[in-house]
Design a protein around this ligand. Sequence first.
Ligand SMILES: Cc1cc2nc3c(=O)[nH]c(=O)nc-3n(C[C@H](O)[C@H](O)[C@H](O)COP(=O)(O)O)c2cc1C
Length: 191
Amino acid sequence: MKAYQVICKRRSIRRFKQKVLTLKFLKKVVNAARLAPSGANLQPLEYICIDDRRLGDDIFKTLAWAGYISPRGTPAEGERPVAYILVLVNTLVRKDNYQYDVGAAMENMILTAGDEGVGACWIGSINRPELSKALNIPPAFVIDSILALGYPKENPKVEKLTDSCKYWKDANRRLHVPKRDIDSIMRVNKF
Ligand SMILES: Cc1cc2nc3c(=O)[nH]c(=O)nc-3n(C[C@H](O)[C@H](O)[C@H](O)COP(=O)(O)O)c2cc1C
């Protein structure tokens, strides 16, 4: 697929088929993160791929899903992510202003997955102390974000944002995601 097509098709996915993702695939996704832009080229980010289902269950317990519609957006048993990629910041390399690096790396990973038909959800609501403990993360490393992955079992729809940015689910459990209209955000040559 062309990059722009993947970008336009992408939606956060929170219901997943239970088809396994290979380590080779996860390595390709992390490689896309590795090659992302990095402020001062410091590259403070490191990654942990989790494809072990039991460990996946431990991680799932530390995450919060789709706050606006909770608990209806939380993946049900049998629809949970089949893999995760944790994004860690090595604070010995960079203590602050690493969020731009994380953004670039996450989007590279999401789009690489999307190009292979794999859905993803960027998760920032994490019980970090609990997860750090579960995975034995050294103190110098901060957990910034997690990418939840799996083949999509839902097909969210983009809507034109009118009065609220809150996404919603309809009676058929389809997620609708309001986005601002292009003409409301783009100006030409003057404000
Ligand atoms: C920094 C960041 C943190 C996010 N954290 C969560 C989260 O903790 N749980 C969740 O279900 N979705 C999370 N999301 C996904 C957003 O809810 C989602 O991007 C937004 O609703 C728009 O939907 P879309 O990704 O389909 O365009 C996060 C997204 C970003 C960029």
